[in-house]
Ligand binder design. Structure first.
Ligand SMILES: NC(=O)c1ccc[n+]([C@@H]2O[C@H](COP(=O)([O-])OP(=O)(O)OC[C@H]3O[C@@H](n4cnc5c(N)ncnc54)[C@H](OP(=O)(O)O)[C@@H]3O)[C@@H](O)[C@H]2O)c1
Length: 429
Protein backbone atom coordinates (compact mmCIF):
# COMPACT_ATOMS: atom_id res chain seq x y z
CA UNK A 1 0.00 0.00 0.00
CA UNK A 2 1.22 3.53 -0.79
CA UNK A 3 2.72 5.45 2.13
CA UNK A 4 2.20 9.15 2.79
CA UNK A 5 4.94 10.77 4.87
CA UNK A 6 3.84 12.99 7.73
CA UNK A 7 6.12 15.45 9.54
CA UNK A 8 5.08 17.05 12.80
CA UNK A 9 6.46 20.34 14.09
CA UNK A 10 5.54 20.25 17.77
CA UNK A 11 4.64 17.32 20.00
CA UNK A 12 2.97 19.00 22.96
CA UNK A 13 -0.73 18.78 23.86
CA UNK A 14 -2.00 18.78 20.26
CA UNK A 15 1.01 17.09 18.67
CA UNK A 16 0.90 14.13 21.06
CA UNK A 17 -2.87 13.69 20.51
CA UNK A 18 -2.22 13.77 16.77
CA UNK A 19 0.58 11.20 17.01
CA UNK A 20 -1.54 8.98 19.30
CA UNK A 21 -4.48 8.87 16.87
CA UNK A 22 -2.20 8.27 13.88
CA UNK A 23 -0.68 5.31 15.74
CA UNK A 24 -3.73 3.85 17.49
CA UNK A 25 -6.06 4.11 14.47
CA UNK A 26 -3.41 3.51 11.79
CA UNK A 27 -5.16 0.55 10.09
CA UNK A 28 -8.56 2.21 10.14
CA UNK A 29 -7.11 5.41 8.67
CA UNK A 30 -5.20 3.48 6.00
CA UNK A 31 -8.39 1.70 4.96
CA UNK A 32 -10.21 5.04 4.70
CA UNK A 33 -7.48 6.77 2.70
CA UNK A 34 -6.17 3.91 0.57
CA UNK A 35 -2.67 4.76 1.79
CA UNK A 36 -0.72 4.46 5.05
CA UNK A 37 -0.04 7.70 6.93
CA UNK A 38 3.46 7.30 8.36
CA UNK A 39 4.99 9.80 10.80
CA UNK A 40 8.58 10.22 9.56
CA UNK A 41 9.98 13.13 11.61
CA UNK A 42 8.93 15.24 14.63
CA UNK A 43 10.53 18.55 15.55
CA UNK A 44 10.46 19.59 19.21
CA UNK A 45 12.36 22.02 21.41
CA UNK A 46 13.63 19.62 24.06
CA UNK A 47 14.70 16.07 23.15
CA UNK A 48 14.92 14.98 26.77
CA UNK A 49 11.26 15.63 27.57
CA UNK A 50 9.08 12.62 28.44
CA UNK A 51 6.24 12.47 25.85
CA UNK A 52 2.61 11.51 26.43
CA UNK A 53 2.80 9.11 23.51
CA UNK A 54 5.32 6.37 22.72
CA UNK A 55 7.31 7.34 19.64
CA UNK A 56 10.73 5.95 18.53
CA UNK A 57 13.43 8.36 19.74
CA UNK A 58 15.09 8.52 16.29
CA UNK A 59 12.08 10.35 14.83
CA UNK A 60 12.71 13.41 17.00
CA UNK A 61 14.85 16.36 16.00
CA UNK A 62 15.28 19.88 17.29
CA UNK A 63 15.92 21.17 13.77
CA UNK A 64 12.64 22.11 12.07
CA UNK A 65 14.43 22.13 8.72
CA UNK A 66 14.97 18.35 9.06
CA UNK A 67 11.18 18.03 8.76
CA UNK A 68 10.61 20.63 6.06
CA UNK A 69 13.38 19.43 3.76
CA UNK A 70 12.82 15.68 4.18
CA UNK A 71 11.95 14.39 0.67
CA UNK A 72 9.93 11.51 2.18
CA UNK A 73 7.55 13.89 3.94
CA UNK A 74 4.44 14.91 1.98
CA UNK A 75 2.41 16.72 4.65
CA UNK A 76 3.66 18.91 7.48
CA UNK A 77 1.54 19.59 10.56
CA UNK A 78 2.57 22.81 12.36
CA UNK A 79 1.53 22.27 16.00
CA UNK A 80 3.66 24.80 17.87
CA UNK A 81 1.61 28.02 17.82
CA UNK A 82 2.28 31.77 17.59
CA UNK A 83 3.24 33.77 14.52
CA UNK A 84 7.04 33.61 14.63
CA UNK A 85 8.58 31.38 13.50
CA UNK A 86 5.48 29.32 12.59
CA UNK A 87 4.66 31.55 9.61
CA UNK A 88 8.18 31.24 8.20
CA UNK A 89 8.09 27.45 8.65
CA UNK A 90 4.82 27.19 6.75
CA UNK A 91 6.11 29.44 3.96
CA UNK A 92 9.23 27.27 3.74
CA UNK A 93 7.05 24.14 3.63
CA UNK A 94 5.04 25.60 0.72
CA UNK A 95 8.29 26.53 -1.04
CA UNK A 96 9.34 22.87 -0.65
CA UNK A 97 5.94 21.89 -2.23
CA UNK A 98 4.67 20.29 0.98
CA UNK A 99 1.01 20.22 1.95
CA UNK A 100 0.39 21.90 5.32
CA UNK A 101 -1.98 21.39 8.24
CA UNK A 102 -2.03 23.64 11.31
CA UNK A 103 -3.97 24.17 14.55
CA UNK A 104 -2.57 27.67 14.98
CA UNK A 105 -5.43 30.16 15.55
CA UNK A 106 -3.26 33.23 16.08
CA UNK A 107 -1.40 32.64 12.83
CA UNK A 108 -4.62 31.88 10.91
CA UNK A 109 -6.34 34.99 12.29
CA UNK A 110 -3.40 37.27 11.48
CA UNK A 111 -1.98 35.77 8.27
CA UNK A 112 -4.38 33.02 7.19
CA UNK A 113 -5.53 34.90 4.09
CA UNK A 114 -1.98 35.41 2.76
CA UNK A 115 -1.01 31.79 3.48
CA UNK A 116 -4.16 30.43 1.81
CA UNK A 117 -3.27 32.48 -1.27
CA UNK A 118 0.25 30.99 -1.44
CA UNK A 119 -1.22 27.49 -1.08
CA UNK A 120 -3.85 28.13 -3.79
CA UNK A 121 -1.29 29.59 -6.21
CA UNK A 122 0.82 26.46 -5.77
CA UNK A 123 -2.10 23.98 -5.92
CA UNK A 124 -1.21 22.90 -2.40
CA UNK A 125 -3.50 22.01 0.46
CA UNK A 126 -3.58 24.14 3.60
CA UNK A 127 -6.04 22.96 6.25
CA UNK A 128 -6.60 24.39 9.73
CA UNK A 129 -9.54 22.61 11.34
CA UNK A 130 -7.83 22.43 14.75
CA UNK A 131 -7.47 26.21 14.90
CA UNK A 132 -11.12 26.80 15.85
CA UNK A 133 -13.14 24.99 18.50
CA UNK A 134 -10.81 22.01 18.96
CA UNK A 135 -12.55 18.81 17.93
CA UNK A 136 -15.63 20.44 16.38
CA UNK A 137 -15.47 20.11 12.57
CA UNK A 138 -16.66 23.64 11.92
CA UNK A 139 -14.22 24.79 9.21
CA UNK A 140 -14.89 21.77 7.00
CA UNK A 141 -18.61 22.18 7.59
CA UNK A 142 -18.59 25.85 6.60
CA UNK A 143 -16.09 25.46 3.74
CA UNK A 144 -17.51 22.30 2.19
CA UNK A 145 -20.79 20.89 3.54
CA UNK A 146 -22.45 24.33 3.75
CA UNK A 147 -20.77 25.73 0.61
CA UNK A 148 -24.18 26.03 -1.08
CA UNK A 149 -25.22 28.73 1.37
CA UNK A 150 -24.67 32.41 1.86
CA UNK A 151 -23.52 32.35 5.48
CA UNK A 152 -25.52 35.08 7.18
CA UNK A 153 -24.32 34.73 10.76
CA UNK A 154 -22.05 32.70 12.97
CA UNK A 155 -22.36 32.73 16.74
CA UNK A 156 -20.43 30.58 19.14
CA UNK A 157 -19.02 29.77 22.49
CA UNK A 158 -15.47 29.13 21.34
CA UNK A 159 -13.36 29.44 24.47
CA UNK A 160 -13.54 26.57 26.93
CA UNK A 161 -11.66 28.32 29.75
CA UNK A 162 -14.05 31.26 30.01
CA UNK A 163 -17.03 28.96 29.60
CA UNK A 164 -15.73 26.80 32.44
CA UNK A 165 -15.24 29.88 34.65
CA UNK A 166 -18.68 31.38 33.90
CA UNK A 167 -20.41 28.00 34.33
CA UNK A 168 -18.71 27.47 37.69
CA UNK A 169 -19.51 31.02 38.84
CA UNK A 170 -23.17 30.31 37.97
CA UNK A 171 -23.23 26.91 39.71
CA UNK A 172 -21.47 28.02 42.90
CA UNK A 173 -22.23 31.73 43.15
CA UNK A 174 -18.45 32.23 43.37
CA UNK A 175 -16.43 35.26 42.32
CA UNK A 176 -14.42 35.50 39.10
CA UNK A 177 -11.10 35.61 40.99
CA UNK A 178 -11.87 32.52 43.08
CA UNK A 179 -13.01 30.46 40.10
CA UNK A 180 -10.05 31.60 38.00
CA UNK A 181 -7.68 30.39 40.74
CA UNK A 182 -9.48 27.03 40.85
CA UNK A 183 -9.40 26.74 37.03
CA UNK A 184 -5.65 27.40 37.09
CA UNK A 185 -5.14 24.73 39.77
CA UNK A 186 -7.14 22.22 37.68
CA UNK A 187 -5.21 23.05 34.50
CA UNK A 188 -8.25 24.56 32.75
CA UNK A 189 -6.65 28.02 32.74
CA UNK A 190 -3.09 29.04 31.98
CA UNK A 191 -0.86 30.67 34.62
CA UNK A 192 -1.21 33.79 32.46
CA UNK A 193 -4.92 33.67 31.63
CA UNK A 194 -4.95 36.84 29.50
CA UNK A 195 -5.47 35.19 26.11
CA UNK A 196 -8.59 33.45 27.39
CA UNK A 197 -10.22 35.80 29.90
CA UNK A 198 -9.53 38.94 27.87
CA UNK A 199 -11.02 37.23 24.80
CA UNK A 200 -8.00 37.30 22.46
CA UNK A 201 -8.32 33.56 21.79
CA UNK A 202 -12.03 33.87 20.98
CA UNK A 203 -11.31 36.92 18.82
CA UNK A 204 -8.85 34.93 16.69
CA UNK A 205 -11.39 32.14 16.28
CA UNK A 206 -14.35 34.29 15.25
CA UNK A 207 -12.10 36.25 12.86
CA UNK A 208 -11.20 32.93 11.18
CA UNK A 209 -14.82 31.78 11.02
CA UNK A 210 -16.05 35.13 9.69
CA UNK A 211 -13.32 35.17 7.01
CA UNK A 212 -14.30 31.70 5.82
CA UNK A 213 -18.03 32.22 6.13
CA UNK A 214 -18.21 35.66 4.54
CA UNK A 215 -15.40 35.34 1.96
CA UNK A 216 -13.78 38.52 3.28
CA UNK A 217 -10.44 38.65 5.07
CA UNK A 218 -11.30 39.89 8.57
CA UNK A 219 -8.64 41.95 10.31
CA UNK A 220 -8.68 40.40 13.79
CA UNK A 221 -7.57 43.68 15.35
CA UNK A 222 -10.82 45.29 14.18
CA UNK A 223 -12.95 42.73 16.04
CA UNK A 224 -14.54 44.15 19.20
CA UNK A 225 -13.29 42.01 22.05
CA UNK A 226 -14.29 42.33 25.65
CA UNK A 227 -13.39 39.72 28.23
CA UNK A 228 -15.11 38.38 31.32
CA UNK A 229 -13.11 39.97 34.16
CA UNK A 230 -15.92 42.45 34.93
CA UNK A 231 -18.64 39.81 35.31
CA UNK A 232 -19.68 39.41 38.94
CA UNK A 233 -21.57 36.73 40.81
CA UNK A 234 -24.31 39.34 41.33
CA UNK A 235 -24.74 39.84 37.56
CA UNK A 236 -25.01 36.10 37.09
CA UNK A 237 -27.60 35.84 39.88
CA UNK A 238 -29.66 38.74 38.49
CA UNK A 239 -29.47 37.26 34.99
CA UNK A 240 -30.71 33.96 36.42
CA UNK A 241 -33.71 35.73 38.00
CA UNK A 242 -34.45 37.05 34.52
CA UNK A 243 -34.22 33.50 33.04
CA UNK A 244 -30.88 34.28 31.41
CA UNK A 245 -27.32 32.99 31.63
CA UNK A 246 -24.12 34.94 30.96
CA UNK A 247 -21.72 33.53 28.34
CA UNK A 248 -18.73 34.81 26.41
CA UNK A 249 -20.14 34.83 22.88
CA UNK A 250 -18.36 35.34 19.58
CA UNK A 251 -20.64 36.78 16.92
CA UNK A 252 -20.21 37.53 13.21
CA UNK A 253 -23.07 38.90 11.14
CA UNK A 254 -23.19 40.15 7.58
CA UNK A 255 -25.59 42.35 5.65
CA UNK A 256 -24.64 41.59 2.09
CA UNK A 257 -27.16 44.03 0.61
CA UNK A 258 -25.37 46.84 2.47
CA UNK A 259 -21.88 45.40 1.92
CA UNK A 260 -21.20 45.31 5.66
CA UNK A 261 -20.36 42.85 8.40
CA UNK A 262 -19.79 43.02 12.10
CA UNK A 263 -17.61 40.75 14.22
CA UNK A 264 -17.40 40.87 18.01
CA UNK A 265 -16.62 38.89 21.16
CA UNK A 266 -18.08 39.90 24.50
CA UNK A 267 -19.99 38.57 27.48
CA UNK A 268 -23.73 38.47 26.82
CA UNK A 269 -26.96 37.55 28.52
CA UNK A 270 -28.62 34.65 26.68
CA UNK A 271 -32.15 33.53 27.42
CA UNK A 272 -32.11 30.07 29.01
CA UNK A 273 -33.89 28.67 25.92
CA UNK A 274 -31.19 29.97 23.55
CA UNK A 275 -29.39 27.01 21.92
CA UNK A 276 -26.04 28.21 23.31
CA UNK A 277 -27.32 28.76 26.86
CA UNK A 278 -26.93 25.11 27.86
CA UNK A 279 -23.35 24.80 26.57
CA UNK A 280 -21.48 24.45 29.84
CA UNK A 281 -18.05 23.74 31.27
CA UNK A 282 -15.18 23.30 28.80
CA UNK A 283 -17.53 22.55 25.90
CA UNK A 284 -17.78 24.75 22.80
CA UNK A 285 -20.61 25.20 20.30
CA UNK A 286 -21.03 27.15 17.09
CA UNK A 287 -24.30 28.17 15.44
CA UNK A 288 -24.16 28.84 11.71
CA UNK A 289 -27.04 30.42 9.82
CA UNK A 290 -27.11 29.83 6.05
CA UNK A 291 -29.70 31.18 3.62
CA UNK A 292 -30.60 27.67 2.47
CA UNK A 293 -30.01 25.47 5.46
CA UNK A 294 -31.28 27.85 8.17
CA UNK A 295 -29.78 27.40 11.62
CA UNK A 296 -27.28 24.62 12.27
CA UNK A 297 -25.42 23.96 15.49
CA UNK A 298 -22.12 22.20 16.14
CA UNK A 299 -21.18 21.08 19.64
CA UNK A 300 -18.21 19.34 21.20
CA UNK A 301 -14.91 19.58 23.03
CA UNK A 302 -13.22 22.83 22.16
CA UNK A 303 -9.70 21.89 23.20
CA UNK A 304 -7.54 19.09 24.55
CA UNK A 305 -5.08 16.60 23.20
CA UNK A 306 -7.27 13.98 21.53
CA UNK A 307 -10.18 16.26 20.49
CA UNK A 308 -7.82 18.69 18.76
CA UNK A 309 -5.74 15.74 17.54
CA UNK A 310 -8.96 14.43 15.95
CA UNK A 311 -9.30 17.69 13.98
CA UNK A 312 -5.64 17.63 12.92
CA UNK A 313 -5.76 13.98 11.86
CA UNK A 314 -9.04 14.63 10.03
CA UNK A 315 -7.16 17.29 8.04
CA UNK A 316 -4.24 14.91 7.43
CA UNK A 317 -6.72 12.35 6.10
CA UNK A 318 -8.43 14.92 3.84
CA UNK A 319 -5.08 16.03 2.43
CA UNK A 320 -3.92 12.42 2.01
CA UNK A 321 -7.07 11.59 0.04
CA UNK A 322 -6.34 14.57 -2.20
CA UNK A 323 -2.78 13.32 -2.67
CA UNK A 324 -4.06 9.83 -3.54
CA UNK A 325 -6.52 11.24 -6.10
CA UNK A 326 -4.09 13.90 -7.39
CA UNK A 327 -6.41 16.74 -6.42
CA UNK A 328 -4.56 18.90 -3.91
CA UNK A 329 -5.54 22.57 -3.95
CA UNK A 330 -9.11 21.37 -4.62
CA UNK A 331 -10.88 23.53 -2.03
CA UNK A 332 -10.99 27.01 -3.46
CA UNK A 333 -11.45 29.70 -0.84
CA UNK A 334 -12.07 33.02 -2.59
CA UNK A 335 -11.83 36.16 -0.48
CA UNK A 336 -13.56 38.57 -2.81
CA UNK A 337 -16.71 39.61 -0.98
CA UNK A 338 -15.09 42.85 0.28
CA UNK A 339 -17.53 43.45 3.12
CA UNK A 340 -16.79 46.52 5.23
CA UNK A 341 -16.60 46.20 9.01
CA UNK A 342 -19.45 48.19 10.55
CA UNK A 343 -18.08 50.50 13.29
CA UNK A 344 -19.30 49.64 16.78
CA UNK A 345 -21.20 52.93 17.16
CA UNK A 346 -23.50 51.82 14.34
CA UNK A 347 -24.23 48.36 15.72
CA UNK A 348 -27.55 47.92 17.49
CA UNK A 349 -27.77 45.68 20.55
CA UNK A 350 -29.99 45.11 23.55
CA UNK A 351 -28.35 45.95 26.87
CA UNK A 352 -28.65 44.96 30.51
CA UNK A 353 -27.54 47.59 33.01
CA UNK A 354 -27.40 47.17 36.79
CA UNK A 355 -27.26 50.20 39.05
CA UNK A 356 -28.08 51.26 42.59
CA UNK A 357 -29.99 54.39 43.57
CA UNK A 358 -31.36 56.02 46.69
CA UNK A 359 -34.61 54.33 47.70
CA UNK A 360 -36.77 57.42 47.08
CA UNK A 361 -39.98 58.11 45.13
CA UNK A 362 -39.65 58.91 41.39
CA UNK A 363 -36.09 57.58 41.15
CA UNK A 364 -37.09 55.13 38.46
CA UNK A 365 -38.77 57.81 36.37
CA UNK A 366 -35.64 60.00 36.57
CA UNK A 367 -33.49 57.13 35.33
CA UNK A 368 -35.99 56.14 32.60
CA UNK A 369 -36.18 59.73 31.39
CA UNK A 370 -32.43 59.84 30.86
CA UNK A 371 -32.57 56.73 28.68
CA UNK A 372 -35.56 58.21 26.81
CA UNK A 373 -33.56 61.39 26.15
CA UNK A 374 -30.99 59.25 24.34
CA UNK A 375 -33.65 57.41 22.31
CA UNK A 376 -33.08 54.22 24.24
CA UNK A 377 -36.37 52.50 24.99
CA UNK A 378 -36.63 50.15 27.91
CA UNK A 379 -37.99 46.64 27.57
CA UNK A 380 -38.10 45.73 31.25
CA UNK A 381 -37.20 47.15 34.65
CA UNK A 382 -36.69 45.50 37.99
CA UNK A 383 -36.36 47.61 41.11
CA UNK A 384 -35.88 46.13 44.54
CA UNK A 385 -34.76 47.57 47.83
CA UNK A 386 -31.52 46.26 49.21
CA UNK A 387 -30.56 46.59 52.88
CA UNK A 388 -28.77 49.97 52.67
CA UNK A 389 -31.66 52.36 51.99
CA UNK A 390 -30.78 51.78 48.40
CA UNK A 391 -32.63 50.18 45.55
CA UNK A 392 -31.06 47.97 42.91
CA UNK A 393 -32.36 48.86 39.47
CA UNK A 394 -31.88 46.51 36.54
CA UNK A 395 -32.91 47.71 33.10
CA UNK A 396 -33.05 45.74 29.88
CA UNK A 397 -33.24 47.96 26.82
CA UNK A 398 -34.70 47.31 23.39
CA UNK A 399 -32.15 47.21 20.56
CA UNK A 400 -30.41 50.56 20.36
CA UNK A 401 -27.18 52.08 19.13
CA UNK A 402 -24.30 51.41 21.51
CA UNK A 403 -23.34 55.08 21.32
CA UNK A 404 -26.80 56.13 22.59
CA UNK A 405 -26.80 53.53 25.33
CA UNK A 406 -23.38 54.57 26.62
CA UNK A 407 -24.40 58.24 26.51
CA UNK A 408 -27.45 57.44 28.63
CA UNK A 409 -25.40 55.42 31.13
CA UNK A 410 -22.91 58.29 31.52
CA UNK A 411 -25.65 60.77 32.30
CA UNK A 412 -27.61 58.37 34.54
CA UNK A 413 -24.45 57.72 36.57
CA UNK A 414 -24.21 61.44 37.36
CA UNK A 415 -27.81 61.77 38.61
CA UNK A 416 -27.70 62.75 42.32
CA UNK A 417 -30.08 59.88 43.14
CA UNK A 418 -27.91 57.23 41.47
CA UNK A 419 -25.29 55.74 43.82
CA UNK A 420 -23.53 53.59 41.23
CA UNK A 421 -23.72 51.95 37.82
CA UNK A 422 -22.21 48.54 38.51
CA UNK A 423 -22.19 46.81 35.16
CA UNK A 424 -23.70 46.75 31.70
CA UNK A 425 -23.71 43.72 29.43
CA UNK A 426 -25.13 43.09 25.96
CA UNK A 427 -28.17 40.85 25.61
CA UNK A 428 -28.25 38.53 22.60
CA UNK A 429 -31.62 37.65 21.18
N1 LIG B 1 -3.96 22.86 23.62
C1 LIG B 1 -5.12 22.82 23.00
O1 LIG B 1 -6.09 22.24 23.51
C2 LIG B 1 -5.27 23.45 21.65
C3 LIG B 1 -6.53 23.42 21.02
C4 LIG B 1 -6.66 23.95 19.74
C5 LIG B 1 -5.57 24.54 19.12
N2 LIG B 1 -4.37 24.59 19.77
C6 LIG B 1 -3.25 25.18 19.06
O2 LIG B 1 -2.31 24.16 18.75
C7 LIG B 1 -0.99 24.68 18.75
C8 LIG B 1 -0.13 23.87 19.74
O3 LIG B 1 -0.67 24.01 21.03
P1 LIG B 1 -0.28 23.01 22.23
O4 LIG B 1 -1.26 23.29 23.31
O5 LIG B 1 -0.10 21.64 21.73
O6 LIG B 1 1.13 23.63 22.65
P2 LIG B 1 2.24 22.96 23.60
O7 LIG B 1 1.66 21.85 24.40
O8 LIG B 1 2.94 24.07 24.27
O9 LIG B 1 3.23 22.29 22.53
C9 LIG B 1 4.07 23.04 21.70
C10 LIG B 1 5.07 22.12 21.04
O10 LIG B 1 5.91 22.89 20.18
C11 LIG B 1 7.26 22.54 20.41
N3 LIG B 1 8.10 23.68 20.09
C12 LIG B 1 8.06 24.92 20.64
N4 LIG B 1 8.99 25.71 20.08
C13 LIG B 1 9.63 24.94 19.16
C14 LIG B 1 10.70 25.19 18.27
N5 LIG B 1 11.31 26.37 18.19
N6 LIG B 1 11.11 24.17 17.45
C15 LIG B 1 10.50 22.97 17.52
N7 LIG B 1 9.47 22.67 18.35
C16 LIG B 1 9.06 23.67 19.15
C17 LIG B 1 7.34 22.15 21.87
O11 LIG B 1 8.47 21.35 22.07
P3 LIG B 1 8.79 20.68 23.53
O12 LIG B 1 7.70 19.68 23.73
O13 LIG B 1 10.12 20.04 23.38
O14 LIG B 1 8.74 21.82 24.51
C18 LIG B 1 6.00 21.41 22.03
O15 LIG B 1 6.16 20.06 21.65
C19 LIG B 1 -1.13 26.17 19.10
O16 LIG B 1 -1.24 26.89 17.90
C20 LIG B 1 -2.46 26.22 19.83
O17 LIG B 1 -3.08 27.48 19.73
C21 LIG B 1 -4.19 24.07 21.01
Amino acid sequence: MREIGIGLIGCGIVGSGTAALLTDNADLIASRVGAKLVVRRIAVRDLSKIREVSIPAELFTTNVDDVISDPDIDIIAELVGGVDPAKAWIEAAFAAKKQVVTANKELMAKHGHALVQIAQENKLDFYAEGSVAGGIPIIAAMGESLAANRIQAVMGIVNGTTNFILSKMADEGASFDDVLREAQALGYAEADPTADVDAHDARYKIAILASIGFGTPVDESSVISEGIRTITARDIAVAKDLDHVIKLVAVAEQWEDQGTMHVRVHPALLHKDHPLASVNGAYNAVLVRGDGVGDTMFYGRGAGSLPTGSAVVGDLIAVSRNLVSGSTGRVHRPANANLRMLPRELVKSKFYVRMTAKDLPKVLSQVSNVFGDFDVSIESVIQRANNKDEAEIVLITHKCLEESFRGAVDVAERLPVVTGVHNWIRVEA
